[in-house]
Design a protein around this ligand. Structure first.
Ligand code: URA
Ligand code: CA
Length: 433
């Protein structure tokens, strides 16, 4: 087999066989296929696409390129959730303990944030003592004993994806639905998921800027998962503005705790209940989503979900007293309000812009080596569709540096006020097949 023939076949719109896809992934991982041939193929895939069979073959080839996590020692259906990345997306922090509180195992591998989308582990590490660097044995033991653990990236999972993603990043070949879908699904499958709930964001703050592309990506991932024997479904949710109110690590931990107490932002709670009810369904712990949702709501009301969060934090070395005393979380020195400059209705909040501003405050990383400041960020007071009067607080900046004029200016340009605006629908679509 020759790589040049494979590139040529795809360039003319042909379908690659499983053997050809395996040949490419194996050779590229080992280094016998050079970057220039891999980038030519990636570009051909960008233009010609792939069918679902090719995507599934590419996914499994990338899974096989490295180690996989074996969760078979954990009893029950291991349902994982993946979000395609948003701003202020506090979902996992709420969803994981909530679902675990129903006795469903949540064995979550999570990443750190890069750029303006925050990582779950960074958020959790703003809790004093919490650590996600645990061994696979410890991880499995925690999930068996307490139904929940979160672990940082372990082992050499999907090296083919790592190498290919880095290449795509510098060859303008990231934006291809088959490549994105197989990249995401390979990581979920390598991490041991039996079933997968996908939260695909659509809107200005997301990878997929419109519903049409978000739906294509969601369908591709659901098809790949189901072809590979992992029951999968997707929810397309709104990312035209940040989720909830808080954006920033410790601020989002507090928001998650509030939500587990039943006092969180409405949109965050709604997304958690939607995704959670599908996780419960896939785990076989309810007959339909209504019944699943009732169980989740009951777990929040009774305090069991909050208790689960506490025991989870404590088991991983964290100070669980932050649940009752959130002031023990890292606090920024300065709180600076940004007021509305006119009367009207909030019509636009650039999620991407807010994400960049929080990064500039120190909440995110520009390179993998950067350290982050857990205390800083912003808390929105108004969302799209809310009426404001001149001088009303639009949001609060939490900073450790007194002079935030530049950032406040940016934020003012990221929020528009008009004469009228509708609140966006949170759940755009649900894709089950
Ligand atoms: N996220 C991934 O993990 N892979 C992609 O290709 C794009 C986004
Ligand atoms: Ca949030």
């Amino acid at each position: 087999m020759r790589m040049v023939d494979i590139i040529s076949k795809k360039r003319y719109g042909g379908q690659l066989s499983r053997e050809e896809i395996d040949f490419f992934i194996r050779g590229y991982t080992m280094g016998t296929i050079p970057d220039y041939q891999a980038s030519a193929l990636a570009m051909a895939i960008c233009f010609q696409g792939m069918d679902y069979r090719e995507m599934a073959d590419l996914t499994i080839a990338m899974v096989k390129s490295g180690e996989t996590i074996d969760l078979s020692r954990i009893n029950g259906v291991k349902v994982d959730k993946h979000s395609t990345g948003g701003v202020g997306d506090t979902t996992t922090l709420v969803l994981a303990p909530l679902v675990a509180s129903l006795g469903i195992p949540v064995a979550k591998m999570s990443g750190r944030g890069l750029g303006y989308t925050g990582g779950t582990i960074d958020k959790l590490e703003s809790i004093e003592g919490f650590h996600a660097e645990i061994t696979e044995n410890k991880f499995i033991q925690l999930v068996n004993d307490n139904k929940i653990a979160v672990m940082g990236q372990a082992g050499n999972l999907t090296p083919a994806d790592k190498k290919l993603y880095a290449l795509r990043d510098v060859t303008a070949t990231v934006e291809s639905i088959p490549l994105i879908a197989s990249s995401i699904m390979s990581k979920k499958i390598a991490a041991g998921a039996d079933a997968i709930v996908l939260d695909v964001k659509a809107g200005s703050g997301a990878f997929m800027k419109n519903d049409e592309d978000a739906e294509k990506l969601a369908r591709a991932m659901v098809r790949i998962g189901n072809r590979l024997g992992r029951n999968s479904m997707a929810v397309i949710s709104d990312m035209s503005q940040p989720l909830g109110f808080a954006v920033g690590n410790s601020l989002e931990v507090k928001e998650a705790v509030d939500t587990l107490k039943g006092k969180g932002p409405h949109d965050l709670e709604e997304l958690v209940l939607t995704l959670g009810s599908h996780m419960v369904l896939l785990a076989g712990k309810a007959d339909n989503t209504d019944e699943a949702r009732e169980k989740l709501v009951e777990s929040i009301k009774s305090g069991r979900a909050l208790e689960k969060f506490k025991s989870f934090v404590k088991n991983q070395g964290g100070d669980s007293s932050i649940v009752d005393s959130p002031e023990k979380l890292p606090q920024a020195k300065y709180k600076i309000p940004v007021p509305a400059e006119r009367d009207g209705v909030v019509s636009h909040i650039s999620a991407g812009g807010i994400g960049i501003s929080t990064m500039l405050l120190g909440a995110g990383r520009s390179t993998k080596e950067d350290s982050i400041d857990p205390s800083v960020g912003v808390v929105l007071r108004k969302k799209i569709g809310d009426r404001v009067k001149k001088g009303d607080e639009l949001l609060m900046i939490y900073s450790n540096c007194r002079d935030v004029d530049g950032i406040a200016g940016r934020i003012r340009r990221d929020i528009s006020i008009d004469s009228s605006a509708e609140k966006p629908e949170l759940i755009h679509k649900i894709i089950t097949k």
